[in-house]
Design a protein around this ligand. Structure first.
Ligand code: SF4
Length: 229
């Protein structure tokens, strides 16, 4: 595992649980608005953290933490993700995976092995607009497959979209919600201007509160619950 960071305590990354968050290095996308370029661009990677140190930290926190969140970058690109999660489960932690959905087979394997308790999948754009938003040319078939696998799983999950004005249009949201039709939970996140992978995006504007509410309303025509975060 290439691990670029460890957040030792978080109350906002796993719903209603105290969690540690592990950030893996490497991603399949180059989203313009990405807030973690140091986990995406190889030249910006820090020296990876030592896995043994992570496990000795987790062993000591078994009584204080409920869960471990594996985030990125894109965790499903890591070669030994399955064994890594097996070791975390042996310590009796709940495990949440944050993914961009690029590797449906890895998600399916993890679910079949009952190694996940929660999945959060980023929905970047309407499917035909993925290359524009992710800054990568690729077919969206894998994304569609991951959506199906997650919706038909029997664990808790959420889809979430970070919305950037002028990269996304208000009309995109209904199409995005339609692509995850009947999903249990869809979260709309307002873009926050700070460090971004494409520096010109750090000055981009967020949608207004009113626009966010309109988009929530249109998302709710297709999904069961929708929140603004
Ligand atoms: S925002 Fe995009 S580029 Fe950044 S980690 Fe997520 S999927 Fe990768």
């Amino acid at each position: 595992m290439l691990i670029g960071g460890l957040q030792k305590f978080s109350l906002i990354n796993y719903p209603k649980k105290a969690a540690a968050v592990i950030f893996t290095q490497g991603c399949s996308f180059l989203c313009h608005y990405c807030h973690n370029p140091e986990l995406v661009i190889k030249d910006e990677f820090n020296t990876p953290l030592n896995e043994e140190d992570i496990f000795s930290f987790l062993e000591k926190r078994q009584n204080q933490l409920d869960a471990v969140v594996i985030s990125g970058g894109e965790p499903t690109l890591q070669n030994n993700l399955i064994d890594f999660i097996k070791k975390i489960k042996k310590l009796n932690f709940l495990v949440k995976l944050d993914t961009n959905g690029i590797n449906p087979n890895v998600i399916k394997n993890l679910l079949d092995l009952k190694l996940l308790d929660y999945i959060a999948m980023d929905l970047k754009a309407p499917l035909e607009k993925y290359p524009k938003v992710t800054n990568k040319d690729f077919s969206s078939e894998g994304i569609e497959e991951s959506i199906k696998i997650i919706i038909s799983s029997n664990i808790d999950y959420e889809f979430r979209s970070t919305l950037v004005k002028n990269l996304h249009e208000k009309e995109d949201i209904e199409k995005m919600a339609l692509s995850i039709k009947n999903a249990k939970l869809y979260i709309l996140q307002k873009f926050v201007s700070k460090v971004t992978l494409n520096p010109t995006y750090s000055k981009k504007k967020a949608f207004s509160d009113e626009d966010m509410l309109d988009m929530k309303k249109s998302a709710l025509t297709h999904v069961k619950k929708c929140f603004i975060r």
